[in-house]
Design a protein around this ligand. Structure first.
Ligand code: 13P
Length: 254
């Protein structure tokens, strides 16, 4: 079965609930007829509820950008998987490089979050990718291998079928520097092969691998024309209805 294209907007720490309602309404109006691309938006926690109300029964899905793996309790400032589900989320981003770098998230923590997300029925979007100095030191594949080893520890084949991976080279995030289509394809093919080695060919074939890092409507076609690039995780270009919906409309692989 061919993998469906997924375009996901990661809003990061942007948009109030009021602003989110306007943006989601604009996006919904523009993409309501699109059925060959899966569309996901990941607003901040405080806008999830209003976004969920707006996208109700549309072709747009809702995800969060983070959560904590415990069910409930004394974890000041944290949000649980059931709270996300209660707010209409079907997906959650895990291990974004900003969380790894700014908030010191480790592969061990990320691994616990992936397991909890799957247990709770949320689709994890696991982000991996190398920093500039790692790429320049020819360590890209070592970094990807080590991240996946830690992040997917003790995750069995059935659980792996639920996971989406986002390859986000850190040097391309928010910098305007996009990986070339060749660089993206090389990394994605490498990731797919690692999944094949750890699990099997079928899971490797079915796993959706998104590219993230300065993706926009002007480069999306070239990137997703690559055989192993199944869509994008979009930061900056997802914050404006026109740029996001243009990107979605150009994301048809055929
Ligand atoms: P930009 O699209 O702003 O580079 O961000 C990418 C990203 O981090 C998506 O998670």
């Amino acid at each position: 079965m061919a993998r469906r294209i997924l375009i996901a907007g990661n809003w990061k720490m942007n948009k109030t609930a009021t602003e989110a309602a306007i943006l989601v309404n604009e996006i919904k109006r523009e993409v309501c007829d699109i059925d060959n691309v899966d569309i996901l938006i990941c607003p901040p926690f405080t806008a999830l509820s209003v976004a969920s109300d707006v996208i109700n029964e549309s072709n747009i899905s809702l995800g969060a950008q983070n959560f904590y793996f415990e069910e409930s309790g004394a974890y000041t400032g944290e949000i649980s998987a059931s709270m996300l589900k209660d707010n209409g989320c079907s997906h959650v981003i895990i291990g974004h490089s900003e969380r790894r770098v700014i908030f010191n998230e480790s592969d061990t923590l990320i691994n616990k979050k992936i397991k909890k997300a799957i247990e709770a029925g949320l689709t994890p979007i696991l982000c991996i990718g190398e920093k500039l100095e790692e790429r320049e030191a020819n360590k890209t594949f070592d970094v990807i291998t080590s991240q996946l080893e830690g992040d997917l520890k003790d995750i069995d084949v059935e659980a792996m079928k639920e996971i989406i991976i986002a390859y986000e080279p850190v040097w391309a995030i928010g910098t305007g520097k996009t990986a070339t289509a060749e660089q993206a394809q090389e990394a994605h093919a490498f990731i797919r092969n690692l999944i094949k080695e750890k699990y099997n060919q079928e899971v490797a074939n079915e796993t959706i691998i998104l590219y993230g890092g300065s993706m926009k409507s002007s480069n999306v076609e070239e990137l997703i024309s690559q055989p192993d690039v199944d869509g994008g995780l979009i930061g900056g270009a997802s914050l404006d209805a026109e740029s996001f919906t243009e990107l979605v409309k150009k994301s048809n692989k055929e």
